[in-house]
Design a protein around this ligand. Sequence first.
Ligand code: SF4
Length: 230
Amino acid sequence: MAEAATLAALNARIVACELCPRLRAHCTEVALKRRRAYAEREYWGRPVPSFGDPKARVMALGLAPGAHGSNRTGRPFTGDGSGDFLYPVLHEAGFASQLRAVSRNDGMKLSGLWITAVARCAPPGNKPTPEELRNCAPWLDREISLLPDLRVVVCLGHIAFDGLLGHAVRTGMMKTRAGFAFAHGAEHKLPGGLIAIASYHPSLQNTNTGKLTRAMLLKVFKRARELAEL
Ligand code: SF4
């Protein structure tokens, strides 16, 4: 099959993807059962398309949709605690038009930023398997090739960081991941020219415990802006 020629076409293919039976079954089940607070609302329940500015110089690369967040709303980091933490930071750093992301029709616009993830379907326990991550990797490869202005990738969590290194190896930018270590705030210039910034993921587990504070995440996105010359 020919590769998607545009980001919109790529998103349409992602939404229709059925490559991981375990994840598709889980997302569908969550969408049918729903959480009591959202019982009256329809869940998205499909792979979550990426979101943002096609001219983005900065990418935020997450792990996977939250079962009752983007698996419910159909937009990355929208409608859950991670998004409630992330979007105000993106707003202050000048990437997001609004403080709050509640639904895919809430009017949010991103400028200079593209948000995506290494897995597009909500996994049980927030843990995609290595095989599921491999299944989803070609979507990221194609996505990056369709973002010609991209300079900086903020990797939200260790798995996202590994996903970006995997992309660099798969596409021949580098032969090995050796020498690229994850640490919050670490910057790595990849051989193909992209700059990776590693960050802790804004999961409730990290933000409720103070492992990741608002100031820490804001510093990361302000630095991304600086490196991208925005
Ligand atoms: S996780 Fe990725 S590869 Fe797997 S079904 Fe969802 S979109 Fe497809």
